[in-house]
Write a protein that binds this ligand. Structure first.
Ligand SMILES: Nc1ncnc2c1ncn2[C@@H]1O[C@H](COP(=O)(O)OP(=O)(O)OP(=O)(O)O)[C@@H](O)[C@H]1O
Ligand SMILES: [Mg+2]
Length: 296
């Protein structure tokens, strides 16, 4: 495996055209995993993960089921502790955190949105957004409500502020869950398969919200099976298999000229042989893998 340093694109190449230079500090990894090993009992799940997420980047992790993608995200939030290796979030050694207080402090800075929305069913949408900033961050209620209304605007749900989660569609609940994560003003947000429980017609509305966040320069790590979306929004893509990063690089390179036959086999299974190249302005062009290049 190539070292992370050798295949991470040069910092100057990482900024997105839609993000101002002031909001992107591409030189400083906000998240840094080095040689992370984690087993559950005798089952080795992470076998030496190296991963960098730079401030302002959108990074996708793709790979087969069981390859360790969710486990990587749970390590970043401190929910799981590896047996060896180091995990840093903005300079904090997450793998060394011992006290519950420090772990809670970390989780305030790292938003986590996953497949199940887990909204409080007895609270209105607005109160779902206000509860944690007031109780956990000690924000005053009036400013938390102001922020919550602005966030609902952002996820296009201002008209549902006083509805209850049970009155919303899955896609709407997921957008509330994203707004709730943003209400904590996190340094970065992790998304774990946030569209996989949704009906197809609701996937687009959730992806639009994430697309907007990425454009705003929010640091995002996405575990997703939405390959075309990953290609469109990601600055870097990591392909995992059997607890290893098999390959990582720029989205365009990884999706269209994968260096590893294993990446290519996975993409062929996921997308078929002919892919479309999706440019940032949404244009689609068919791209054929060079089959001979990978013949063994
Ligand atoms: N709490 C746990 N206890 C024991 N084994 C676990 C636990 N969590 C995950 N595993 C195992 O670790 C491996 C990796 O799981 P993980 O959830 O990270 O995979 P994934 O890449 O996210 O898969 P998927 O695409 O299906 O979500 C799997 O073999 C899984 O069974
Ligand atoms: Mg998973």
């Amino acid at each position: 495996m190539r070292s992370v340093e050798s295949i991470t694109p040069a910092p100057a190449d990482l900024s997105r055209p839609s993000t101002t230079a002031a909001t992107v500090d591409a030189r400083r990894p906000l998240v840094k995993l080095r040689n992370v090993h984690l087993s559950f009992g005798g089952n080795a799940v992470l076998n030496g993960i190296d991963l960098d997420v730079f401030q302002g980047q959108a990074v996708s992790i793709i790979g087969p089921s069981g390859s360790g993608k969710s486990t990587i995200l749970r390590c970043i939030t401190g929910l799981l502790k590896p047996q060896s290796g180091t995990i840093e979030v903005d300079g904090t050694r997450v793998d060394l955190l011992k006290s519950e207080r420090d772990e809670i402090a970390l989780r305030k800075r790292v938003g986590f949105v996953f497949q199940q929305y887990n909204l409080f069913p007895h609270l209105s949408v607005l109160d779902n957004l206000v509860a944690a900033p007031v109780r956990i961050l000690g924000r005053d209620k009036a400013s938390a409500v102001r922020d919550a209304n602005a966030l609902l605007e952002k996820v296009r749900l201002a008209h549902k502020a006083h509805a209850y989660p049970g009155e919303l569609s899955g896609g709407q609940q997921q957008r509330v869950a994203i707004a709730r994560a943003l209400a904590m003003r996190p340094d970065l947000i992790l998304f774990d398969e946030v569209t996989s429980a949704l009906d197809p017609e609701m996937v687009g509305e959730v992806l639009n919200v994430i697309r907007d966040l990425v454009k705003d320069g929010m640091t995002c790590v996405l575990v997703t099976h939405e390959m075309r979306f990953a290609e469109e929004v990601s600055d870097a893509v990591f392909f995992t298999e059997a607890g290893l990063i098999v390959e990582h690089g720029r989205a365009e390179q990884l999706f269209h000229e994968p260096a590893s036959p294993r990446t290519r086999a996975f993409l062929t299974r996921s997308l078929g042989n002919v892919q479309e190249r999706v440019s940032r302005n949404g244009e689609r062009t068919p791209v054929q893998f060079d089959l001979h290049k990978f013949a063994v």
